[in-house]
Each structure stands twice: as structure tokens, then as C-alpha cells.
Design a protein around this ligand. Sequence first.
Ligand SMILES: C[S@@+](CC[C@H](N)C(=O)[O-])C[C@H]1O[C@@H](n2cnc3c(N)ncnc32)[C@H](O)[C@@H]1O
Length: 393
Amino acid sequence: MTLASEQGGRAGEELVRSLLGTGALTPEWADTFRAVPRAWFLPGLVWAHDMATGRSVPVSRADDPDAWERAAYANVPLVTQWDDGRHTGTEPGAVPTSSASMPSVVAAMLRDLEVSDGMRVLEIGTGTGWNAALLARRLGGSDVVSVEIDPVVVAQARAALTSVRPSPRVIHGDGRDGWADAAPYDRVIATAGVRVLPPRWLEQTRPGGIILAPWGTHYSDQDALVRLTVGDDGRAVGPFLRMVEFMKLRDQRLDWDRFRTYVPEHPDFPGDADASRTPLALADLGRRYDSVRFVIGLRVPDCAHVVNQTGEEAGKAWFFDLGSRSWAAVAFRERGSDAATVHQSGPRRLWDEVEAAVTWWIDRGRPGVDRFGLTVGPDGSARPWYEEPSDTP
Ligand SMILES: C[S@@+](CC[C@H](N)C(=O)[O-])C[C@H]1O[C@@H](n2cnc3c(N)ncnc32)[C@H](O)[C@@H]1O
């Protein structure tokens, strides 16, 4: 055993213990985690990704094997591909497009998938192959199918999986189509975020089966994990469990360039915009992973937003309608200054809608995302709800 792999064994055991301690990893999954170490699935160059700051640090096995082993067993997501493979070099690229997800997120999703012997599982987004290998180890290889869109990622995952028994079946394809050949599935688990749930996933899940997916709106990059149970009528209904953030399905990423053609870049927001004021502060819009952000997205559909924070409480927030050319921009100042200035343009008064959504959320005692849920029709149409499936948020 080399020094690095001895260290890896210890680090792997420490990771298992700490995940057991937080409850993300359940005792039923612990031996599977021990038997299928994350390091087996990682390429020689990974980028340790800090979710809070968005910074990514390259770690190379050739240059620093000990640092690479530490990263392999740290509870952080490791980016393994940038820019759909167009990126080269060690500096991070623009958009992370494949990764080994954060171990605590992997463990908690497997816990929430509630698998048992004999179940057939479809995974969307093979990535490194680690999650699929964990499932195959638990359920048996012939019962786990994983679909990955990127051919290079597929080849790397298949290579990593050659030494794993039992091994899942890895399909190169668009995960939106699921994989009809092995349907119906008892469980579908998406490890890429969705904005529209592909109807094929519902079709290919047996009644009573579960779909676990990071779902969100285009309001932000954040997703909430939804656990849907498929009914006899082909609809799927279920609660949101908690906030997560995943790379999105390739064709469901937001194209920010579409707004540049009509939103003025001038700092005073000129053009035909109406000016008004708002009593809300920048903090009222929430930060990363705050439920209010997610709830605004539910109550203000088809709206994207971005915040350019320039001080503790100062910054500009922009809101864009995905269906018309309506936009709004709000300039927040530091505490003690005048109320924030709002500019709105187009048929939709986006800021008015956002303000009403924040007020709605505060009036209900600031509920967490686990008080909301989703009903998805057989055509993929989604209706979010609050407390009860019949309630519209
Ligand atoms: C967060 S990674 C998955 C992590 C993986 N489960 C693991 O254990 O390493 C997301 C993956 O989804 C893939 N992906 C994106 N869009 C896809 C699509 N339409 N169909 C299938 N895979 C897709 C990406 O290429 C990427 O590899």
C-alpha cells in the first residue's frame, strides 16, 4: 500500500464516520460507501469547488498525490469538466459541466431514494460513475441504468467502472429521454438540475415509484430536491425536501445573452422604465440557499434575476421576464439611505410581483422549502403548491 492510498483509506473512513454523524449517510448505506471509494472514479485533475464563494481550486494527482487524496475524501464537490469539454489547462473554465457531487449530498439523496432489494433504478447524469456504482453495489448491476449525455464523460465513467463489480449499465444518450429499454423503473434519480421535468421520466416510472430530482425555476441557479410519487393517472406529486444546487440538464441552462439585446446597461436605467421606490432591502431577497429566493421563483414564474452586490446592503438587482421584454432593476443603498429606487419596463411589472411574493412569504411566517411541493402532469407541466397539493402558492 502506498502512503497516499493508506491515507486515502483513513480519509475514506473518516468521511464515512462524519457522514454517519450528520445523518446524511444511513447505516444501511455505510458499507456500500466503504466498498466503493469515491477516489476510484476521479480523474487525475479535479477542481475542488467552494459552493459558497464559487471559487474552484485545481488539484492534480501527478503534482500532489496527498492533496488529491484529501480532496477525494473531502465533503466538497469536485468539478471534473468545464464548458462541455471545450476547456483546457488547469485554470477553471467558465461553466462547470460535470462533477463528482458533494459526498453528503450523494449520501442524503441515496437515503431519500428509499431503495430496497430487487428495485430497478434509472440515474440521469452518470458523471464520474460513483453514484451509479454505489447503487449497483447495493442493488446489483443489472438493475441500475445510468444515462450521460457527454461522450467523453461516458468513456471515463465506463473506464472507472471496469474494476467495479457489480457494475451499472452506462448509456450514452440524452437523459431527457430516460431509457425505455429497461423501463418501468421503481426509482428515477436525477443528478443534474431540471427546470422542466421530462415527461419520459414519468412514463418510465411504475405507479407508486419515486422520482427524486433537483428542480427549480429560472429565478436562480438554486434547486430544491423534490421527491415525487408517480400515480396511476400518470401524474407525479410530492414535497420539496431541501435546497441543493446541481449543474443543469444541458438544454435547460439559462441563456443570459438573450437579455443583453434590450436591457440598457446604463447605470441610471434609462429608456422607457417607470421609476418608483420600495421599502424592501436587498437582504429581503435572500441569499444563496435561502428559502425566500426559491419561493420568489415559485410565485413569480418565468423570471430570471441577478444581483450585483456592491456593499453590505448596497447593490443592484435585475429581473428579466422570460416571455416578454419586461425587466426591472432596483438600486439598493446602504442602511440609513433613502428607500431603494425601482425602474420597471414592459407589460409585466416584475418588481411589483417580486415584492408581493416576499410579502406573501413573510406573512406566512417565512416557511421553509419543505412546506412546499410540486404536482407534475404527464406532459411535464408543473404546479407548485404550499402545504397541500390543492393549494396554489
Ligand atoms: C453533477 S454531474 C453528475 C454526478 C454523478 N452522478 C457522479 O456520481 O459523479 C451532472 C452530469 O449530468 C450530465 N448531464 C447534463 N445534461 C444531461 C442530459 N441531458 N442527459 C444526461 N446527462 C446529462 C453532465 O454531463 C454531468 O456529467
